[in-house]
Design a protein around this ligand. Structure first.
Ligand code: PEP
Ligand code: MN
Length: 267
């Protein structure tokens, strides 16, 4: 497998130092234009964030929760991109999302854990991207099945997509445990062993489920030589419409990053 590295995705990231982990941040969900722009501008001002994220179609576990603002959020994301000069990424779960996101100038698409678990859904997305030179980040499926994760990645690869990275967001478990999703580090480690040039992004936010535990998980990912981190950040985390307990504001994100040692080893 011959994956193209994130710095070579042609979205302005080539100057990031090799030993520097790629940092993706932004709110779990775009809620209002004001919330999204404020969150993104505060993150850009830290000078440490390389890619902005926000969900606009939210795959919620149960109905009647906030399910995202939909395509209206793409306009706000475009504004965030213009104002900060940073590339933007969103989650897509259906071919229609792909079409709308690409038309709105989204730089990177990500596949969520409730989509990567479903080969039919992944295949439909991969076919919607066939022949398009779009970067895709594939989250692990919610259950700890390495082959399913690899299979999802292969479906995009088979449609000619080479700008692919994997995101480790932990695995569903029943009952109360330290982390909302079990990290089961053996899986991302084995994925990297099988495909050494596939870059791996750690998502401590969705593993932890609580902001107090982000630091230890981010640190663990860096010790394991992950290539980057995706950390959810919101201008007013306690008021977030989704994943309120795990988001941090930009100042807290800076502090968290400042406490991480060591940086990724130069390879
Ligand atoms: C998200 O990144 O906000 C999200 C919904 O993630 P996951 O698919 O990992 O649950
Ligand atoms: Mn989230």
């Amino acid at each position: 497998m011959d994956f193209i590295q994130i710095r070579d995705w042609g979205i302005g990231l080539e100057a990031i130092a090799e030993e520097q982990p790629i940092l993706i941040s932004g709110p779990c969900s775009a809620e209002t234009e004001e919330q999204l722009l404020r969150s993104c501008l505060e993150l850009a001002q830290t000078g440490q964030v390389h890619i902005l994220r926000a969900g606009i179609w939210k795959p919620r576990t149960r109905p009647n929760s906030f399910e995202g603002v939909g395509k209206e959020g793409l306009v706000w994301l475009q504004k965030a991109k213009e104002l900060t000069g940073l590339p933007i990424c969103v989650e897509v779960a259906q071919p229609e999302h792909v079409e709308l996101a690409l038309a709105a100038g989204v730089d990177i698409l990500w596949i969520g854990a409730r989509t990567s678990v479903n080969p039919f859904a992944v295949q439909a997305l991969a076919e919607a991207l066939a022949g398009k030179d779009v970067p895709v980040m594939v989250k692990n499926p919610i259950n700890p099945d390495l082959k399913l994760w690899m299979g999802a990645i292969e479906r995009f690869y088979q449609q000619g997509i080479r700008k692919i990275a994997a995101i480790h967001r932990g695995f569903s478990v029943y009952g109360e445990q330290r982390y909302r999703n079990a990290p089961i580090w053996e899986l991302p480690i084995e994925l990297k062993r099988q495909w050494p040039n596939l870059e791996l992004i750690g998502d401590p936010s969705h593993i932890a489920g609580k902001r107090e535990l982000l630091g230890e998980l981010a640190q663990q990912a860096l010790y394991l030589n992950f290539d980057g981190l995706m950390i959810e950040s919101h201008c007013q985390p306690e008021q977030a419409w989704s994943d309120a307990a795990q988001q941090v504001n930009a100042a807290d994100l800076e502090e968290l990053l400042g406490n991480l040692e060591p940086l990724r080893a130069a390879s």
